[in-house]
Design a protein around this ligand. Structure first.
Ligand SMILES: [Zn+2]
Length: 248
């Protein structure tokens, strides 16, 4: 067994025995790991609050060579996730971040950019009045980082560039766009406006877009929600549980 050091976010906790827990962490250098935290259930245990859900810590763990669970040996708290009192959207937004990281990443498949984005998202959720922008940004970056952000630049069938076309069609089963010429009427599809695609482009950029100062039309928001929900449900093979708690 090798001792590894990194930083990580707690994304899932389960009881293992009377005194121990199994902790799933999304780490910056190793991606998702599952480790036993011995003594974690004792009141004055070795890990104290460092194992709260979504806490970020410096970690040392012993990496199992074959299969089994890793063993968490040190966990030094850097930051806790602390939603303002009564702010359920912030709390559920944080749980949603944990659910996406747990469901859409693989063990030992590191994504440092996604890790940094998750930390930023949790901080933004506790500071910004509208939970939607940090959450939308996180969803788009997650899909981009795991290589599943659909191509919203061109028609899937003929390659026509989207440009200023406003009546393109989102084709759910293929996770991309079809132009009006290529769309078959019998296929399940959903209309998408140019303004939705340009918002999506901004959300996918390396630098997060500024929080909109004017309200985004609800039609655009609901199209964006539809695209992202479809994009996430496909690899997850179910609807994320926490999404139902977020009032988009
Ligand atoms: Zn086409």
């Amino acid at each position: 067994m090798t001792a590894e050091k990194t930083t990580g976010l707690v994304i899932r906790l389960a009881d293992f025995s009377e005194s121990s827990r199994v902790v799933t962490l999304f780490t910056r250098d190793f991606g998702k790991i599952s480790a036993i935290a011995k003594g974690a259930k004792r009141l004055k245990g070795p890990f104290e609050t460092a194992l709260d859900l979504l806490a970020e810590s410096h970690l040392v763990f012993l990496r199992k060579s074959s299969g089994g669970l890793d063993i968490l040996t040190e966990c030094q708290l850097m930051a806790r996730f602390r939603p303002p009192a009564g702010n359920l959207n912030c709390l559920y937004g944080g749980y949603y971040v944990a659910e996406l990281l747990a469901g859409l990443t693989e063990e030992y498949d590191p994504h440092p950019v996604l890790y940094d984005e998750a930390v930023t998202t949790l901080r933004r959720l506790t500071m910004e009045p509208d939970f939607r922008w940090p959450v939308l940004r996180f969803e788009v970056v997650t899909l981009r980082e795991i290589g599943l952000l659909p191509d919203f630049q061109a028609c899937l069938a003929c390659g026509l560039t989207v440009g200023d076309h406003t009546n393109l069609i989102f084709w759910m089963s293929q996770g991309g766009l079809l132009c009006p010429n290529c769309r078959q009427p019998e296929e399940a599809s959903h209309p998408i406006h140019g303004a939705t695609l340009s918002l999506l482009d901004q959300l996918a950029a390396e630098q997060p877009p500024p929080v909109p100062t004017n309200p985004i039309p609800s039609k655009i928001l609901s199209e964006l929600r539809h695209l992202l929900t479809a994009g996430i449900c496909q690899p997850l093979q179910r609807r994320p549980k926490m999404l139902g708690f977020l009032p988009f």
